[in-house]
Design a protein around this ligand. Structure first.
Ligand code: VGL
Length: 194
């Protein structure tokens, strides 16, 4: 079990219909199982006066992030649609940070990237955490090998301690073993896998 305190924030990454509902356009196997774990951790975090933040992929209808527009992914998490909404049953009790809103690639909750130039840009997450006095983040969500990994690596790069709850994440696994490689990369960066 991870511990929570007022200098810790739970980050609930992309627990959205398109990633975690079986009818979602980029369904990640077992994604719906993350809801129960996330809710349990939200309760534990709030009980310890820790902070809670949620990320949401929030794309325009056309973006070079999507295969139809030159990218690699099926259309997913288009703003204000069912696919972009949090999975029903997720307890939302904290700050919501949207990413990819201008059509950027938005894997990390902390930074988005211009899909053509690769130019990075910060989201509000890092400054919000700093404003709350957060020094450590605990991560659950979808997907282990994309948004969870990139969020955890960015957290370390920005100087936060970071832990990922293994039972609270699920992987796309475009290539078999992507989940294991993601865990290894996070461990190598000093992320605690719990
Ligand atoms: C994600 C693929 C494309 C994720 C986002 O949330 O991990 N995966 N966009």
């Amino acid at each position: 079990m991870v511990r929570y305190d007022p200098s810790t924030a739970l980050l609930v990454v992309d627990v959205q219909n398109d990633f975690g509902h079986p009818d979602g356009s980029l369904y990640v196997a077992g994604g719906e199982e993350v809801v129960e774990i996330a809710n349990r951790e939200v309760e534990r975090a709030l009980a310890a006066s820790a902070h809670v933040a949620y990320t949401q992929d929030w794309h325009p209808p056309a973006t070079p992030h999507f295969e139809k527009d030159g990218g690699i992914w099926p259309v997913h998490c288009v703003r204000d649609t069912w696919g972009a909404a949090f999975i029903s049953g997720l307890e939302v009790a904290g700050e919501v940070i949207r990413k990819g809103t201008e059509g950027e690639d938005g894997y990390s909750g902390f930074t988005v990237r211009d899909p053509e130039s690769g130019e990075p840009e910060a989201t509000r997450l890092g400054s919000w955490l700093e404003g709350q006095g957060v020094q450590r983040v605990v991560i659950v969500g979808i997907a282990t090998d994309y948004c969870v990994k990139d969020t955890a690596l960015d957290a370390r790069r920005l100087g936060f301690d970071a832990a990922v709850i293994a039972e609270g994440v699920r992987a796309v696994n475009l290539q078999p073993g992507d989940d294991e490689r993601a865990f290894e990369a996070m461990r190598a960066a000093g992320v605690e896998i719990v």
